[in-house]
Design a protein around this ligand. Structure first.
Ligand code: XMP
Length: 513
C-alpha cells in the first residue's frame, strides 16, 4: 500500500524532528529531507503536502538555504514555519525585514490572535499563546497572500494564499508551548492537504511484513538480539514475516538485570524463529576479574561480545541478510537520509565485519522511538519489553563501582529489582525516564539488631530527560524512597546504607561509570 506522504524540507532548524513526530502523531507519514533534495526527487514522491522548517539564517544572506522556484509550481500545499515562512514570502516576491530595522524580534511565549476563517485555524480559539523565536520578520506579502494571525509586534504572525494552498506561520506550531499548535498542524494536514491519516502502526506492520517477505524470499536472516526495545521489535516483526528463516542470537553476558535474560528468552523462544541464547556469564566475568577502570570494563565487554557473536554466527554459516534495529532519528542525524546509513554499533559494541552476509535490512529505519513502541504493542510484544527503559550495553558492569564479582552482581540485581518494583507500584515507571541502582565500592558502619555491620552503600538514581544528552534528577517522593530503602536493607544482605543521587547531567553523567 502506498501511504499518503508529506515532506518536511529541512532548512537547518532545531525542531525538524519534532515537526516530523507531530505529523506522524496525526497518523500521516512524513519524511525529513534536506532543502538540497533535487526537485525531480521531490516530484516523484507524490506528496500530499510540504512543510518548510525553521532555520537559523536570514533569507538574504548569500549562504542561506534556498530551493529553486520550481518547488512553488508543484501544485502541492506548502506550510512554512518561521524561516520556512520567510523563505516562502521571499521566494514568491515578498519582502523580509531584519529585526534591527524595527523592534520586531520576538522570543518565547507570545499572545496571538487568529482569523478562524482560515483553514489552518478553523475550529480553534481566536486567541492563544504561541512560541516565537525570530529576528527577521515578514515585511510585505507576495501577491495573493493575506495575514491570518497577528501578535503585538508581528502583523503577519501567520499568512495564507488559500488559492495556491500556501501557508506560513512566524511562530512554531510544533512545540508544546504553542497552545493550539498540534491542532494547527492537523488542520494543515487534513483541511488543506486533504490527508485521511492512513499511517498507523497496524498498517505499517502489515505493509512491512509483506515487503520483508518479498525481499527475503526463501533466504536466511540473522539478528543480534539485545533485549532492548529496538532489537526486540525488529525480531518480532521478522518472526512474523519469515519465521524459521530468521536466527536471532541473544548473548547473555550475565550482567543483565534480575530475570531479564529469562524474560527475553520467554518472549522469543516460541516465536517460530531459531532462537539462540548464549549463556556467557562466566566467560565475561572471568575476563572482567580484577578490572576496575570503567573504560577497560566497557572495552572488554564490547570485544567479548563480538567474539561470542562471531562464534555463534559461524555455526550458522552464510546468511543472506543481517537485520539491524536502526531507527529514524539515527537516519536523520547521520545525514538526512542522503545515504544509506549502516549503523555499525550494536548497543554493546560493533558487529563483526566478517560475518558473511549479502545485505543489511533495517525494518525500523522509518520509525521514531515512540512508533517503535507502538509497533511492538501492535505486534503483541510483551509490555515489559515494549516499555523497557534504556539499559547500557555493558549492563551492570558499569553500575558496580570497582571490581566485579558474581556476588556483587547478585547483590545489585536484587536491590535493583526492589527499586524497580516499588517505582512501578507507585505508578512512576513511565514518568521517570531511567532509574536504577548502583553498587558503590564504599562500605560503612551500620547497626542491625544488636550487632555492628560493615557493609556496602547502594546508590539510587532516577532521571528525567528527553534525549539522554542532558538530564535532571527525578524528584521521587520521600515516602517511595523510604519504602525502597527499608526493603533493600532488610531484604538484601550486605547493604546497610542507601543514598539518592541528586546530581544532574551535566556535570554528572546518567550512569556512574
Ligand atoms: P550517560 O551515562 O553517558 O548515559 O549519561 C546516557 C544514556 O546512554 C546509556 N548508555 C549506554 N547505552 N551502551 C548503550 O547502549 C553503552 O555503552 C552505554 N553507556 C551509557 C545510559 O544508560 C543512558 O541512557
Amino acid at each position: 500500500m502506498q501511504h499518503e506522504k508529506v515532506l518536511i524540507l529541512d532548512f537547518g532548524g532545531q525542531y525538524n524532528q519534532l515537526i516530523a513526530r507531530r505529523v506522524r502523531e496525526h497518523n500521516v507519514y512524513c519524511e525529513v529531507k534536506s532543502y538540497k533534495t533535487p526537485i525531480e526527487e521531490i516530484r516523484a514522491m507524490d506528496l500530499k503536502g510540504i512543510i518548510f522548517t525553521g532555520g537559523p539564517k536570514s533569507v538574504y544572506l548569500e549562504d542561506s538555504p534556498r530551493t529553486g522556484k520550481e518547488i512553488f509550481e508543484l501544485g502541492v500545499p506548502i506550510l512554512g514555519i518561521c524561516y520556512g515562512a520567510q523563505f516562502l514570502v521571499y521566494g514568491l516576491g515578498g519582502e523580509i525585514g531584519a529585526a534591527s530595522e524595527e523592534a520586531a524580534a520576538e522570543f518565547g511565549r507570545t499572545d496571538c490572535t487568529f482569523d478562524t476563517k482560515s483553514q489552518i485555524f478553523r475550529g480553534l480559539k481566536k486567541k492563544s499563546v504561541v512560541w516565537m523565536s525570530h529576528n527577521d520578520y515578514i515585511k510585505t506579502l507576495p501577491q495573493g497572500f493575506r495575514s491570518v494571525a497577528r501578535s503585538g509586534k508581528c502583523p503577519y504572525g501567520a499568512i495564507e494564499n488559500p488559492e495556491k494552498k500556501f501557508y506560513g506561520t512566524q511562530f512554531h506550531p510544533e512545540v508544546n508551548h504553542t497552545e493550539q499548535g498540534f491542532d494547527m498542524l492537523g488542520n494543515f494536514l487534513y483541511n488543506v492537504c486533504g490527508c485521511k491519516g492512513d499511517w498507523t502502526m497496524k498498517s505499517y506492520a502489515e505493509t512491512a511484513t509483506r515487503e520483508l517477505r518479498a525481499k527475503i524470499g526463501g533466504g536466511k536472516a540473522l539478528l543480534a538480539l539485545s533485549g532492548g526495545v529496538d532489537s526486540s521489535v525488529a525480531c518480532k516483526l521478522l518472526a512474523n514475516a519469515i519465521g524459521s528463516q530468521l536466527t536471532c542470537i541473544f548473548v547473555d553476558h550475565g550482567l543483565m538485570r534480575k530475570n531479564e535474560g529469562d524474560e527475553v528468552e520467554a518472549a522469543f523462544a516460541d516465536s517460530g524463529v531459531n532462537f539462540v541464547r548464549v549463556n556467557a556469564g562466566e566467560r565475561f566475568l572471568s575476563k572482567l576479574a580484577g578490572v576496575t577502570e570503567p573504560e577497560s570494563k566497557r572495552k572488554i565487554i564490547g570485544e567479548e561480545f563480538i567474539r561470542v557473536f562471531e562464534e555463534e554466527a559461524k555455526k550458522i554459516g552464510k546468511v543472506d541478510f543481517l537485520v539491524q534495529g536502526t531507527i529514524y532519528p539515527d537516519v536523520i542525524e547521520s545525514g538526512l537520509g542522503d545515504a544509506a546509513v549502516i549503523k555499525s554499533h550494536h548497543n554493546v559494541g560493533g558487529l563483526p565485519d566478517y560475518v558473511d552476509f549479502k545485505e543489511i535490512i533495517e525494518p525500523l529505519r522509518l520509525l521514531f522511538k515512540d512508533e517503535v513502541r507502538e509497533l511492538g504493542t501492535a505486534l503483541g510484544l510483551d509490555d515489559k519489553l515494549v516499555w523497557r527503559q534504556p539499559f547500557p550495553g555493558p549492563g551492570l558492569a558499569i553500575r558496580i563501582i570497582g571490581g566485579i564479582t558474581p556476588e556483587k552482581v547478585r547483590i545489585l540485581q536484587e536491590a535493583d529489582a526492589i527499586f524497580r518494583e516499588e517505582i512501578a507500584a507507585a505508578k512512576l515507571d513511565r514518568d521517570i525516564n531511567q532509574y536504577f541502582a548502583v553498587l558503590t565500592n564504599m562500605r560503612s558502619v551500620g547497626v542491625m539488631g544488636d550487632g555492628r555491620t560493615y557493609d556496602y552503600t547502594l546508590a539510587l538514581r532516577g532521571v528525567s530527560t528527553t534525549d539522554f544528552m542532558t538530564a535532571d534528577f527525578s524528584r521521587i517522593p520521600y515516602d517511595v524512597l523510604e519504602k525502597v530503602s527499608n526493603r533493600i536493607v532488610n531484604e538484601v544482605k550486605h547493604i546497610n546504607r542507601i543514598v539518592y543521587d541528586v546530581t544532574s547531567k551535566p556535570p554528572a553523567t546518567i550512569e556512574w561509570e
